[in-house]
Write a protein that binds this ligand. Structure first.
Ligand code: ADP
Ligand code: MG
Ligand code: MG
Length: 515
């Protein structure tokens, strides 16, 4: 561990060295699509949509404890199984939704989409998860452990850019770090950079679902449809997945803004199978049957400005397309679910939480390994532990150790430390149970340099590891048809920033060097 917190890595650069490295990173990132659409502050409004710029990235890979990295990767298929099981337990999810929906209209609306489809009957039994389990390293007295920040079940992003980031750092390690002055190049020698096939791995999940769907019975070509957000800046991340998928054998992939679902898709008229048909806007004589719908939108209220948007989500959910994710799988990713899995019984705080034991054998080694990744998370309801959490959250001292989270995705929604009590004051007490209270994980201090919008930011950083997982299951037979770990993401942020989202502008792309 001392090699992580002390020592001469990452090396201190002389100005000319830093300038050279920055130039190389600027060019390599653009040449290899480690890019984003520029923020308006940098590029004006780019009305022609022609500009791309380097994604924010570290100049060096960050040290990451090997045992933690390997454990996070090793348990991913267990996490996939767990979340596939949760997605199929409607009764359990009903309870979870009941807990939060009173104060959370978005969750209530999602649930209604599920109820509507359930009433008429689902026609598709297959469901696809492209998951990402996020962790930070926690140091206790004797050891380093990964602690789960959250588990993402919808629009888990950066799998495309992450592969490129690992390649960038490999390139720098091979061609640039050896050119640094001798002390610096020594510090950067002997990096251990694991391979990272996140783009190919996620594409393989989409491919498995596409193949499982099979040929159209209506005589159309089949396709995969990416549902996107209008004005998405992280488009190249998504394109990398698309290109990896297309190159895995000719799979037609199309991008459709979430807001245009009802304009360009229909349910096949008169067919009880409810095939989802996509008419190519550029050539309306071409009609595809959608085998897989991959949502990179629809995870937050902003994508549902009107009832029409909810009708669009309903159309997707009731169709025969394999959804990534279904509404139930999206709901399985609620922070409330994570909290309930992690909260032990009040009568016996040493026991395996009964919610977890519902899905996994309490004595199995797999369960024990998942349990080790949990940190303290509390409800903010009126149960005993909820009342205890309410005390912590409203106390100006105790709240400093916590983050309060609503049931939201995409970054920028949480409340940290001293802002928790004032936030709670603004929320009617009967809606506090829409939030959970989580202990803040404080990983060991590291330093690095971040290149963001052409400027280098140097200083203390915090790293968050994400491990991707792909899982395809059949809800009728309860058979898991595909279950793989699918590469990793390392995101790094300045240690003064609470949030770490790259797209939200707080964090940057990074890769690991194992120590
Ligand atoms: P979202 O679904 O919006 O990404 P997260 O739960 O991942 O929500 O929280 C966003 C960010 O906040 C994380 O990427 C991380 O940087 C920070 N964060 C969240 N929970 C914790 C925690 N328990 N300890 C430390 N940082 C946290
Ligand atoms: Mg997150
Ligand atoms: Mg999330």
């Amino acid at each position: 561990m001392s090699s992580i917190t002390q020592g001469s890595y990452p090396p201190v650069l002389q100005d000319a060295e830093r300038e050279r490295l920055v130039q190389v990173v600027k060019d390599w990132t653009v040449a290899h699509g480690l890019t984003v659409r520029p923020p308006p502050a940098i590029a004006g409004n780019d009305a022609e949509g022609i500009l791309a710029t380097s994604a924010p990235v570290t100049l060096f890979p960050s040290p990451f404890p090997r045992s933690c990295f390997e454990e996070a990767k090793a348990i991913q298929t267990t996490y996939n199984e767990l979340y596939a099981l949760i997605s199929q337990d409607e009764e359990f999810l009903t309870e979870m939704v009941k807990e939060v929906a009173g104060g959370d209209e978005f969750i209530a609306n999602l649930w209604n989409v599920h109820l509507r489809v359930k009433k008429e009957g689902y026609v598709q039994n297959l469901a696809l998860g492209l998951f990402r389990s996020d962790y930070m390293v926690h140091q206790d007295e004797s050891s380093l452990q990964i602690k789960q920040v959250e588990f993402n079940t919808i629009a888990s992003s950066f799998g495309g850019l992450s592969t490129q980031t690992s390649l960038l750092h490999k390139h720098l390690a091979q061609h640039e770090y050896p050119l640094l002055s001798s002390s610096a190049s020594t510090a950067a020698a002997n990096l251990d950079l694991p391979s990272n096939d996140s783009a190919a791995g996620l594409a393989a999940g989409l491919r498995a679902a596409f193949d499982a769907y099979g040929p159209s019975t209506l005589g159309h070509p089949t396709c995969v449809l990416f549902l996107t957000q209008t004005g998405e800046r992280n488009v190249f991340d998504q394109r990398h997945l698309e290109y990896a998928l297309s190159s895995s054998g000719s799979v037609p992939v199309f991008r459709l803004p979430f807001s245009e679902i009802l304009t360009h898709t229909t349910i096949a008229p008169g067919s009880s199978q409810r095939q989802l048909l996509y008419t190519l806007p550029s050539n309306p004589s071409l009609v595809f049957e959608v085998a897989v719908v991959y949502l990179r939108a629809g995870y937050g209220p902003g994508d549902y400005p009107s009832q029409e948007a909810w009708e669009a989500r309903y159309q997707i959910e009731r169709s025969n397309a394999v959804c990534c994710p279904t509404v139930l799988t999206q709901l399985a990713g609620m922070k409330k679910v994570q909290q309930v899995l992690a909260t032990p019984e009040e009568s016996n705080t040493n026991s395996v939480p009964s919610a977890l034991a519902k899905f996994m054998s309490p004595t199995s080694e797999k369960t024990q390994r998942l349990l080790k990744t949990f940190t303290n998370i509390y409800p903010l309801d009126t149960s005993l532990s909820g009342l205890h959490a309410r005390q912590l959250a409203t106390s100006p001292e105790d709240c400093q150790k916590y983050v309060m989270k609503p049931q939201r995705e995409g970054g920028g929604n949480n409340f940290y430390r001293s802002t928790i009590p004032e936030q709670l004051q603004k929320i009617p007490e009967e809606h506090w149970n829409s939030f959970i209270l989580m202990e803040i994980i404080e990983p060991p201090a590291l330093a690095n340099s971040i290149l963001r919008n052409g400027a280098v930011e140097q200083g203390g950083v915090i790293c968050e590891l994400g491990v991707y997982g792909t899982c395809l299951w059949d809800q009728a037979s309860r058979e898991v048809k595909f279950n793989e770990e699918a590469g990793y993401l390392l995101r790094t942020k300045g240690d003064k920033s609470e949030e770490g989202g790259v797209a939200a502008g707080y964090g940057c792309m990074d890769s690991v060097t194992l120590v």
